[in-house]
Design a protein around this ligand. Structure first.
Ligand SMILES: NC(=O)c1ccc[n+]([C@@H]2O[C@H](COP(=O)([O-])OP(=O)(O)OC[C@H]3O[C@@H](n4cnc5c(N)ncnc54)[C@H](OP(=O)(O)O)[C@@H]3O)[C@@H](O)[C@H]2O)c1
Length: 444
């Protein structure tokens, strides 16, 4: 499978390599983790002796992991940090000097403790401090990143389960930093596609500095007249998800009836705003009165309801859509999907983006009204954002002007500091976040 996109041959190659990985069931960062996972790959680990991101940034933890491949409980520990490192509050000038000399600095990291069942807790993650060299070794093809903004995404909960290759995902490795989408600055690079000073978005570690040895899911940020944090949301993976899920998967037509669940979140808020200019009638569900107000009074939804206060979701949908739903943008699954199935119009489309209500369940709930798919000739289609990464430049061409001209509103929920990461992440599953949940590691 090959793809052609604007953005240079190198970018196309990287995306194609990434897609091949997806097809073979491995995302690059997860493959990196698998390479690191001592139990699964100890032989390869020894044979290749390849140093990857976590090995280099978190040496002591890796060493412990090898001794205890499946720690039931990996205790939080402080790695030895020299007094000199502790004092480091780097000015830009100092940092550049240290980068060029390859000095070691402290590296705060958020570590995944162990596989999670049920509702995730803050204690499933812990902060520790390792060290990192501010230089990429000469024999590497990697980039060294200073992480600025990290994205809290529901799919990360799926990676906390112990499971193999579900939907191309592999689990996080206990004792290693979490990984996810973020915005970072390149401090050093041995990769021809990146240079010192570049700003990038893509997969990185939940830590201050990340050495990405296989930078296939890093994309250069070329437009910096908008807030950089937007590349964790509207201009990054969630924005692309909303765009592709609505325009490509839902096949919208002017004036159709559109329903969006988790409508005030990172993805949902955008889907509604993409649908409105097409003359669609747009309704969203969300989990609080404030979110409902936001949808109706700020984000331009025609109607919204608090699903937590509705005893009968079928009745709520019939109230909002007396003539039925043409497009359901599915973010939550479970009981909402069942109720929606009863309210679809003939030839309706359901774009299955996510099912957050199921992520913490050991046994997924059953769906009862699937026969509606036949009766109403409904098309129900799942999709994944990575499938659309090659379209990102085109997506930016459309969305950046919307932002610059104030034609789209975008809500972020920002917490400061890596230490706030666990609370912010588990907040997604309590509906704590209003808009896109972002963690600031550093502002520059
Ligand atoms: N297919 C893809 O490539 C892709 C990419 C990005 C996201 N997604 C999926 O899209 C969905 C939305 O993601 P997002 O990034 O926009 O997250 P988000 O909406 O910013 O945050 C998650 C929201 O889900 C709601 N929620 C949590 N638990 C729930 C439950 N049990 N039942 C119903 N609602 C619940 C909460 O809002 P309330 O207050 O409204 O309950 C929470 O704020 C998720 O399912 C995610 O996995 C898929």
């Amino acid at each position: 499978m090959t793809l052609s996109v604007s953005g240079g041959h190198g970018a196309v190659e990287r995306i194609n390599r990434f897609l091949r990985r997806i097809i073979t069931g491995r995302y690059p960062h997860q493959q990196q983790q698998e390479n690191n996972h001592p139990k699964q790959n100890s032989k390869r680990f020894e044979q290749e002796n390849t140093k990857t991101q976590q090995q280099k940034t978190n040496k002591t933890i890796q060493a412990d992991d090898r001794r205890t491949p499946h720690p039931k409980s990996v205790k939080p520990r402080r790695l030895a940090v020299s007094g000199r490192c502790r004092k480091l509050r780097l000015s830009e000038e100092n940092r550049q000097r240290m980068a060029s000399s390859g000095e070691e600095v402290s590296n705060k990291q958020l570590i995944f403790r162990d596989y999670v069942t049920g509702f995730p807790q803050e204690s499933d993650m812990y902060v520790t401090t390792g060290t990192v060299k501010l230089k990429v070794s000469e024999d590497s093809n990697g980039v060294l990143l200073k992480n600025l903004y990290l994205s809290c995404d529901p799919y990360m909960r799926i990676l906390m389960k112990k499971q193999e290759g579900v939907g191309g995902f592999s689990s996080y490795t206990p004792g290693s930093p979490l990984t996810g989408f973020g915005v970072s600055k390149v401090l050093d690079s041995r990769n021809p596609e990146f240079k010192e000073g570049d700003l990038v978005w893509g997969i990185t570690g939940w830590e201050e500095y990340s050495l990405i040895t296989n930078p296939q899911v890093l994309f250069k940020i070329l437009h910096t007249d908008v807030p950089l944090s937007y590349y964790t949301g509207i201009l990054g993976m969630p924005g692309l998800t909303a765009y592709a899920g609505f325009y490509e998967v839902s096949s919208p037509k002017k004036g159709e009836n559109v329903f969006i669940s988790a409508a005030s979140g990172a993805v949902g808020q955008l889907v509604g705003q993409f649908a409105k200019p097409m003359g669609c009638y747009v309704v969203g569900s969300a989990g609080s009165k404030d979110k409902v107000d936001l949808l109706k009074n700020k984000l331009g939804f025609d109607e919204a309801f608090n699903y937590k206060e509705e005893h009968d979701l079928d009745a709520a949908l019939k109230r909002c859509f007396p003539e039925g739903i043409d497009i359901y943008f599915e973010n939550v699954g479970g009981k909402m999907l069942d109720a929606v199935l009863l309210n679809m119009r003939p030839h309706g489309r359901i774009a299955v983006c996510g099912m957050i209500s199921q992520y913490n369940l050991d046994q997924p709930e059953g769906v009862h009204n699937l026969m509606s798919i036949i009766y109403k000739r409904v098309r129900l289609e799942g999709f994944g954002a990575p499938d659309y990464f090659p379209q990102h430049p085109k997506f930016l061409d459309i969305v950046l002007p919307y932002i610059r001209e104030g034609k789209i509103k975008y809500i972020e929920d920002i917490v400061e500091g890596l230490e706030k990461g666990p609370g912010a992440f588990i907040g997604l599953f309590k509906g704590q976040n209003v808009g896109k949940q972002v963690v600031v590691v550093a502002r520059e």
